[in-house]
Structures are given as C-alpha cells and as structure tokens.
Design a protein around this ligand. Structure first.
Ligand SMILES: Cc1cc2nc3c(=O)[nH]c(=O)nc-3n(C[C@H](O)[C@H](O)[C@H](O)COP(=O)(O)O)c2cc1C
Ligand SMILES: C=C(O[C@@H]1CC(C(=O)O)=C[C@@H](OP(=O)(O)O)[C@H]1O)C(=O)O
Length: 447
C-alpha cells in the first residue's frame, strides 16, 4: 500500500511530502524532482509569484546514491520567499524579523500582516473561517493554496519513475481546452511528445489551437479576467486488471476521479469519452472485443485515422512466454491475444484497467481571484465589503496538467503495488511479467 501526505503553507518556510510503501531500487534524483517542479511552473498566464519565487528541493530521506531504499521517501521544497514571511507565518509566537508590512510584488494594497477579514468568493476562505473558528482567512488560504501542489508533483515524479522502471508505463498530459478554445478532437500525444508539449506556452499539441489559446489569455488579461480549461492525462502500457470491480473504493476509475478532484479548482473529471457517452446510443458507446493483436493501443474512441497519434509505444516490459518461461505447453499460446476496436471507455471497464491507453480529463474552473472587486462580507463587522484581492494567475491550466499527471501517477503506482506487490523494482517487475505470461498462456494477453 502506498501512503502519502503533504504538509506546509503557501508562504511558510517549505512544503514537505512523505511517501511510504515505495519499493527499493527506484532510480530518481534531486535533479529529476527539480525538473518536475520546473515543469509545474511553466505555462502562459501564470502570475507574478511564479517569476520571483524558487522551488528549493532537498531530499530528506528514502534515497541513497540515486536509488530508493524501501523506507519512507521524504522531500522538502523550500520557499525562497520565506524571509519576507518569517513574522507573519512564524511557527512560534513573537518569532522572526521578516519585513512585516512590505507589500507583496503584484498585490494591490494588502500589507502582509493585515488580517484578511474579507473572504474571497471561490476560495476556501469563508468555509474555513466558519469551520475552524478563525477570525480571518490567512490560516485558511495558506493551506488551501495550490502552492501545495508542488509537494504532490515532487512525489508524483518518484511514482512516475517507478511506473516506468517496474512496468514500462509512461504518462503524458496536455491541455485540450482553454476557455472557449478547443484542441482538435481525437488529438492525443505520445509520451515522446513531452518535450514538445513543455516547450509550448500552453502545453497544447496543436500549434493553431495553442496560438489561439495564448491570444485568449492575453485578451482575458487585458479585460481583467481569468480563465479555466480542460487537461487530459494519458497512461501508456498499463497491464489489464489494476483496480477492481468488487468494491466501490477499489475501482480504478473512482480512485482516479477522487485524486483529480482533489486538485484545487478541479470541478469535473471524465474517463475516456465520459460525458459524451451519455449523449450517444449504447450501440455507439462500446469498445468491441476482437481476437488478435493490432500492435496499436488506441488512446481514443476513434477507430480510424488517428493511429499516427493514438498508437501507444511498444509495451516495454518483456513477456516470459516469448523467452524461456516454461509456458510452451499452454493451450492458447502467446500467439493468441485480445484487443479492442476502439477505446471510448478511456482504458477502464468495471473499475479495472483494460490494458488499453488510460485517458482521463480534468476540468479546471477559471481562477477565482479576479482583478475586479467581488462582493463579500467583512467577518469582523458583518458589513458588506469587497473581497481581498491578492495578485493572481490569469490561467493556471497548463500547470494543473502537470499536477494531474502527478496525481494519476500516484494512483497508478498504488494500484500497481496493490496488484503486484514487491519490495524492490526487480521483484515488482518479475511479478508483472509472470502475470502477463499467465494471460498469454490463456490467450488473453493485450499486446
Ligand atoms: C496550479 C494552480 C494554480 C492556482 N493559482 C491560483 C491563483 O493564482 N489564484 C487563485 O485565485 N486561484 C488559484 N488556483 C485555484 C485555487 O487554489 C482554488 O480555486 C481554491 O483553493 C479553492 O478551491 P476549489 O476551487 O477547489 O473550491 C490555482 C489552482 C491550481 C491547481
Ligand atoms: C504559489 C503558487 O501558486 C499560487 C496558488 C494560489 C492559489 O490561490 O491557489 C495563488 C497564487 O499565490 P498568491 O496568492 O501568493 O499570489 C499562486 O501563485 C504555486 O503554484 O507555486
């Protein structure tokens, strides 16, 4: 079982994250994690804070000479802006000598130390004040802030490394909608497109749509507004059978949906064709099962025309049946296999992975903090007021895609460990190979 937690506040000294249950032998490094964090900071439309703040990565436990050791993996992400917040965010009373009343760059007139008694709509501020007995929103917003997603991305990077090294599973994410602009339907990236996507200002695969998305962000910024959008995460090379149909909380789709909904500002999750399937007849909503090995794992519901972009990379984990696994006497043999005509379901059926490409989408609402003053109530006086305005991103959809990748990686790593176990990467890999060989023996392999 993979357990993990994050701690830390947006303007605290650091975020920390701990993952327990990862096997030994996962190859990763400070550099890999710093790279993942840098990817999260990418994206056109992010605010002033992304420019001046640095993520300072320190691995505190669980890694030795570039390999996990089987113990809890602990990472700290230091906040380079901490000296300015030492007083406001001091752990102990009357501690610190931070620059108390200096304005934050990009903010409009709010001193750091001022009590935030005018809760911002669209944020955790008011419900948090009500729930925890606070008199102002600072303690709420500090923990609710999506700054915390840096900690998730740090752990997600280790999970990604595990998935690739133990199972040959590779993830890729991209932006499919930004405000009113949509990328062409059915266009899906390969893991090998990652560099190209990261180089795009909005992490969109289609150059024309990307340019229109950038224009839309500029327009939105000019008009003093903010934007949301939709991101998609794909996982290539999953074995069939992760998750289970036997109980609601073991379903892979349910676990993915919960993990994605757990990202700040995510308001909807779809698996495969998701909501679109509700609009078509049953006869059009199936992924028919056929014998044979198409050599292509489809990412989408399209059955033709998209193979150049939808085909998955070769499954990189080896099959023992093709080598010396002693399966020669099997009735079906590895030459028999099973495949799907389409992948409308997005790679799960009955709460289990099908062995097709996993495709999941998350919809992000527009950034709540808009430059225009929003109506609220001052909780100190009970009078109508205008909400505090912190500086804000215009759009953080590209960053949300990286966070979504991390959350999907954590869920898949957990599901993989649940099914295959293993205290070391080679052991997990052997277990997967043996399972896949068993499927081949029965003629049920998904190649
Ligand atoms: C990567 C990322 C960056 C975000 N940046 C901002 C921001 O600059 N300003 C803002 O108002 N909300 C931002 N949000 C969204 C808020 O954190 C979120 O809306 C808020 O915590 C309330 O949670 P809820 O929308 O899930 O109800 C961001 C979210 C993500 C995922
Ligand atoms: C710091 C990050 O994102 C922050 C998430 C966030 C929010 O309300 O969620 C609000 C902004 O921070 P502030 O209110 O201090 O300007 C973002 O910059 C980050 O992603 O590293």
């Amino acid at each position: 079982m993979l357990r993990w937690l994050t701690a830390g506040e947006s303007h605290g000294p650091a975020l920390v994250a701990i993952a327990e249950g990862l096997p030994a032998g996962i190859e990763t490094s400070t550099k890999d994690i710093a790279h993942a964090l840098a990817r999260r900071r990418l994206g056109y439309g992010r605010g002033a804070r992304m420019k001046f703040e640095q993520d300072e990565v320190t691995i505190l436990g669980g890694l030795r000479h570039g390999l996990t050791q089987g113990g809890p993996f602990a990472v700290q992400i230091g906040n380079s802006e901490w000296p300015k917040w030492r007083t406001v965010m001091a752990a102990d009373p009357a501690e610190g000598d931070g620059e108390l009343d200096e304005l934050e760059p990009g903010t409009t007139g709010q001193a750091r130390s001022a009590p935030l008694t005018r809760p911002r709509p669209g944020h955790a501020d008011l419900a948090g004040i009500q729930k925890y007995g606070f008199t102002e929103a600072r303690p709420v917003l500090e923990r609710a802030s999506a700054r915390e997603t840096a900690a998730r991305v740090a752990l997600g990077e280790v999970a990604r490394a595990f998935l690739k090294q133990a199972a040959g599973v590779e993830l890729v994410s991209h932006v499919v909608e930004l405000g009113p602009v949509k990328a062409p339907a059915g266009l899906v990236p390969q893991p090998s497109d990652e560099e190209r996507l990261d180089a795009d200002p909005v992490r969109c695969l289609d150059a024309v749509a990307s340019a229109r998305m950038v224009e839309e962000i500029d327009l939105c910024h000019k008009e003093g507004d903010t934007m949301g959008g939709v991101v998609e995460v794909l996982a290539y090379g999953l074995p069939p059978g992760l998750g289970s149909h036997v109980h609601w909380d073991r379903r892979l789709d349910a676990r993915l949906a919960a993990a994605l909904m757990g990202i700040q500002a995510i308001k909807g999750v779809e698996l495969g064709d998701g909501f679109e399937l509700a609009r078509v007849r049953g006869s059009q909503a199936q992924d028919e099962i056929v014998p044979g090995n198409p050599g292509v794992h489809r990412a989408t519901g399209e059955s033709g025309g998209m193979e150049h972009s939808a085909a998955g990379p070769e499954r990189s984990i080896s099959r023992r049946t093709n080598q010396s696994g002693g399966m020669e006497h099997s009735a079906a043999g590895p030459e028999r296999s099973i495949s799907r005509r389409t992948n409308k379901s997005g790679g799960t059926e009955g709460g289990m992975s099908t062995g097709e490409v996993l495709r999941v989408r998350a919809a992000m609402k527009p950034i709540s903090t808009i430059p225009r003053a929003l109506a609220t109530v001052d909780v100190a006086t009970g009078e109508s007021a205008t909400a505090h305005h912190q500086r804000s991103d215009v759009c953080a959809v590209p960053a949300a895609g990286i966070v979504a990748e991390a959350m999907v990686a954590m869920v898949l790593a957990d599901a993989l460990l649940e099914k295959f176990g293993g205290d070391s990467v080679p052991e997990t890999r052997r277990n997967i190979e043996s399972y896949l060989a068993g499927l081949d023996e029965r003629g049920l392999g998904v190649h």
